[in-house]
Unconditional design. Structure first.
Length: 72
């Protein structure tokens, strides 16, 4: 793999963002959609600590997105 293929920054318009920040934002969006889905089917009421589950889902989604879309 050539060194030029490794993303160091992601350009959105004229703003350069680190890949981890973009992955974290996308992970937060995916978590929000997952929590809405869990609330709609009333599965979220069986969870003891919903904020901890939301944080865990955000981290898991961010790691997955960062690994798949922004490999280093």
């Amino acid at each position: 793999m050539p060194l030029a293929a490794i993303p160091k920054e992601i350009a959105i318009g004229d703003i350069y963002l680190p890949p981890l920040l973009v992955a974290a934002l996308l992970g937060l969006i995916c978590t929000s959609l997952s929590v809405r889905l869990l609330n709609r089917f009333r599965w979220f009421r069986h969870i003891v600590s919903p904020p901890l589950v939301e944080l865990s889902l955000t981290v898991l989604y961010a790691l997955f997105i960062g690994t798949v879309f922004f490999p280093s």
